[in-house]
Design a protein around this ligand. Structure first.
Ligand code: BGC
Length: 481
């Protein structure tokens, strides 16, 4: 076998890989902070601006509120749509730098916005930065990482997403007494500045360099993140997989790539329609109806944020040992069960006291199961399963789907609760989790311990029928550890 037995970078190389991945994972911090901060800020923005008017027209305030909140998701859809292409054209590192600048400017504009309209522009820009970050963060880390620890390193990005959400919850809490929403939103400039300055000192992805004809620099970078013996083998593998200078949208629909397009799109949509962001965005509201007061539900929300971070850390520690599939499937089974229980608890009359605690407990467990599986596994798998020639664009496309589904859930959640009640909504998410479980069981490949080039070679072989396990996707990209 190729790299998997010789690929543990030792000594200096290994620590430098951790530095590069850790820094690039700050992309996730922007993402998470942006996700978590708005619910807190929104409470006070309403006191500063007249949100019944937009561009001189009188508009329903909840619509204006919706535009402010979801403006970032619309921006992220645009950012992800452009991000894949730009990552292939400009390089991974340059796009991370651009994303950090866009996010910084967006946060600054929000912090000093004189009107609702300017605030919305800032929020959309922020979202574009997050859209770039969500594509290029995992992509860059997966290309820098040695196969043996790639899972943990890419999952670091999910750890920083969850940390960003938690930090935002805490920031909201800290600034809530004075209602200082400008500080809440403006603080996003801090991680953006750290990411920008740090990335100035980080190398470009050797795979991208090599594909763009700069073998010398690619070798140079590899010499800092691999041991001597691994460099030639890795470059040989990369050469074998570089077929042509392509990477257009049409190339995604080549028959051998389509199965992975289905897998990535399915994971992207299921990651959202199983309801995680209903909890992330609306937790205080959901918990209030269990009999918690205002402060307690905010504290319980912080506790949910903590559970999310801790269980993601567990996934980071496990994912290269257990593989992706066991965590993903366990997580989905757990999500299905806990959503079923949450729905039942909300269905019973008299939701306070013991039942209220049970409701909160089941939601926390639901988040824990998401954090151990679908949360990190989605971002990791989509950075692994696509061939080099379309990796950027394919990740861009599925990330757009992920943001679009995110927008759909956040726009429909409250309406769904009105129509089918909380229990109906949780059961709906539960049924979707069950469908996701079957989908992942049948279609998602195991990528543990394989080099990106081996994964790609398996994909080609499977498509042309030379792989004995060709009909079984779980074997097609199986580890041989
Ligand atoms: C999802 C986000 C979600 C977060 C929660 C990420 O993997 O893509 O939409 O808010 O996890 O931890």
């Amino acid at each position: 076998m190729a790299l998997s037995e010789t690929d543990t970078a030792s000594g200096n190389q290994n620590s430098f890989v951790y530095v590069v991945a850790g820094l690039a994972a700050l992309n996730g911090l922007l993402f998470g902070f942006d996700t978590g901060v708005i619910s807190g800020a929104m409470l006070y923005i309403k006191d500063t601006f007249d949100i019944t008017m937009l561009f001189g027209q009188s508009i329903h305030p909840s619509l204006v509120e919706g535009v402010i909140v979801s403006g970032a998701m619309v921006g992220a859809i645009v950012g992800a749509a452009l991000g894949g292409r730009l990552a292939d054209r400009l390089g991974r590192r340059r796009l991370i730098l651009i994303g950090a600048v866009v996010f910084f400017v967006g946060s600054l504009i929000m912090a000093i916005a004189p009107t609702t309209e300017v605030l919305i522009v800032g929020r959309i820009l922020d979202g574009v930065g997050v859209g770039f970050a969500s594509v290029v963060g995992p992509l860059y880390i997966s290309e820098i990482a040695p196969p043996k620890i790639r899972g943990s390193l890419v999952a670091l990005n999910q750890l920083t997403i969850t940390s960003g959400i938690l930090i935002a919850y805490i920031v909201n809490y800290a600034f809530s007494s004075g209602g200082e929403w400008r500080w809440m939103l403006g603080l996003g400039m801090v991680p953006a500045a750290i990411l920008f300055i740090g990335m100035l000192f980080m190398p470009e992805s050797p795979r991208w360099l090599y594909e763009h004809g700069d073998e010398e620099t690619a070798r140079d970078v590899l010499s800092r993140i691999r041991t001597e013996g691994q460099i030639d083998a890795e470059l040989r593998e990369i050469t074998e997989t570089i077929q042509s200078e392509t990477g257009g949208l049409r190339d995604l629909f080549q028959p051998w790539i389509v199965p992975m397009l289905v897998v990535g799109s399915g994971l992207a949509i299921f990651q959202q329609v199983t309801g995680i962001n209903a909890v992330m965005y609306y937790a205080p509201r959901i918990l209030e109806s269990t009999g918690f007061g205002d402060t307690n539900s905010i504290l319980a929300t912080v506790a949910i944020g903590v559970v999310n971070v801790i269980m993601t850390a567990v996934a980071v520690a496990l994912i290269d040992r257990t593989g992706r599939r066991p965590l993903l499937l366990t997580g989905l089974a757990g999500m299905t069960a806990t959503l079923g229980i949450a729905g039942l608890v909300y269905y019973l009359p008299g939701l306070s006291g013991g039942l209220g605690v049970l409701a909160t407990g089941s939601l926390m467990l639901y988040v824990a199961f998401f954090a151990i599986g679908l949360g990190p596994a989605f971002w990791l798998l989509i950075s692994e399963i696509y061939p080099m020639e379309v990796r950027g664009i394919a990740m861009g496309v599925v990330t757009v789907l992920n943001w679009a589904a995110n927008l759909l859930v956040s726009l429909t959640f409250l309406r769904l609760v009105d129509i089918i009640s909380e229990s109906g909504t949780f059961w709906l998410y539960g049924i979707l989790s069950l469908i996701a479980l079957v989908f992942c069981y049948r279609l998602v490949p195991e990528t543990k311990g394989r080099s990106l080039e081996e994964i790609e070679a398996d994909l080609r072989n499977t498509a042309i029928g030379t792989d004995p396990g060709e009909t079984d996707r779980t074997d097609a990209v199986q580890t041989d550890d």
